[in-house]
Every structure is written in structure tokens, then in C-alpha cells.
Design a protein. Structure first.
Lengths: 114, 112
């Protein structure tokens, strides 16, 4: 049973560039959430996708956008990168109809902005 | 404004003894709480959860206690093992769409 997978594992970009991160949910899951974890902090909620639509968003600027595909996989896009965007980006999946609240996390993508 | 707080950044425990990790929250509307464990270079791994209508949930060596009046929950690990050494995050569910709000984490070190 494949768990949540993310690509790439590491990425280095320069200020002003754009980046796309990818996530495949755990088999059978239909909901994908994205989190940003800065060094020494807990993960912070960016947004959540269900049925190919963003249905909840955290306190992140519009530079952060996403997409969910019909196969439930998802992308996170960040435009006009800032140094402060350097962080571990985590994807989590869950099943909306299960009544269970557990989200399962992938290994993350570590983004460094220079 | 931190809604979920883990006030102890680190905890050191001897192997075989009990580890107690604490978490405080401010929002009485949280209805579900989870604990995750994180090793370096890995994503958080789900450990145990508890609904706000319960006050205790147990799974093997792990027990979570919830005190709603104090807005406090704790994770007990008995007995502690060296493999338990990791960063532990407390998380609370906010709203109907499963958005999780995390604490800053507590680094647990279990030594022989």
C-alpha cells in the first residue's frame, strides 16, 4: 500500500523564481492538504484540495496556489519566491468520507531560496 | 497568536521510564486532537488521536489524556524506548474541513 509521495525531495531556487511541488496521496485517499514547516516550528496549514477545488485556505498570500488532478494528486505552486519561503513543504492526504480525521504525511520537499 | 502550544522544547527520559509530553490549546472549538512523531528527513507519522468527547485514548504504549476544562492534553509513553527519540507534535483540528493547527513540537530523547 503506497503511502504519500512527494517530489522533488530537495530544491534550490533564487529569489523571484517560481517553483512547483508535487504530491501523490495515499492509495484510496481523495483529499490533499499542504503545510509549510519552517525550521524549529510546527507545520502551518497552507490550503486543502478536494474534488479538484481549494476548499480551505490558511494565512498565506496569493503567491501560493495549487491544483488537484482527477487522480487526486496535487501540485503546490509558489511564485515570486522570497528568502522566507525556505522551508519544508509537507503534503498530507485523507479520505473525506471516512469520518476519520487522520491525515497522513509525505516525507516533504525541502526548498531553499537563495 | 499560537492556538496550540507545546511549552517544553525538549525532554530527556531514561529507557523504561514514562515520557509525558504536554500540549495546551486556546480554542474551545477544536473537536479533535492528534499526536504525530517526526524523525529527521521524514514526514510526521501519525501516532494517536482523541475526540473532544473523550478524555482518554490508549493504543499500546501510547495514551493520550484530554482535559477540556484546562484546555490541556498530554501524551504518555510507557515504557519509553530509544526508538521513541524524535520530535513530537501536538495538532488540533479546526473547522469542518480537517485543517490541522500544530504546536511547535517537543524533542524527546530516550537514553539507556
Amino acid at each position: 500500500d503506497a503511502g504519500v509521495t512527494q517530489s522533488p525531495t530537495h530544491l534550490i531556487k533564487t529569489r523571484g523564481q517560481q517553483v512547483t511541488l508535487r504530491c501523490s496521496p495515499k492509495s484510496g485517499h481523495d483529499t490533499v492538504s499542504w503545510y509549510q514547516q519552517a525550521l524549529g516550528q510546527g507545520p502551518q496549514f497552507i490550503f486543502q484540495y478536494y474534488e479538484e477545488e481549494e476548499r480551505q485556505r490558511g494565512n498565506f498570500p496569493d503567491r501560493f496556489s495549487g491544483h488537484q488532478f482527477p487522480n487526486y494528486s496535487s501540485e503546490l505552486n509558489v511564485n515570486a519566491l522570497l528568502l522566507g519561503d525556505s522551508a519544508l513543504y509537507l503534503c498530507a492526504s485523507s479520505l473525506a468520507s471516512s469520518g476519520q480525521e487522520t491525515q497522513y504525511f509525505g516525507p516533504g520537499t525541502r526548498l531553499l531560496v537563495l | 497568536d499560537q492556538q496550540v502550544k507545546q511549552n517544553s522544547p525538549s525532554l530527556s527520559v531514561q529507557e523504561g521510564r514514562i515520557s509525558i509530553l504536554n500540549c495546551d490549546y486556546t480554542n474551545s472549538m477544536f473537536d479533535y486532537f492528534l499526536w504525530y512523531k517526526k524523525y529527521p528527513a521524514e514526514g510526521p507519522t501519525f501516532l494517536i488521536s482523541i475526540s473532544s468527547i473523550k478524555d482518554k485514548n490508549e493504543d499500546g504504549r501510547f495514551t493520550v489524556f484530554l482535559n477540556k476544562s484546562a484546555k490541556h492534553l498530554s501524551l504518555h509513553i510507557v515504557p519509553s524506548q530509544p526508538g521513541d527519540s524524535a520530535v513530537y507534535f501536538c495538532a488540533a483540528r479546526s473547522g469542518g474541513y480537517n485543517k490541522l493547527i500544530f504546536g511547535a513540537g517537543t524533542r524527546l530523547a530516550v537514553h539507556p
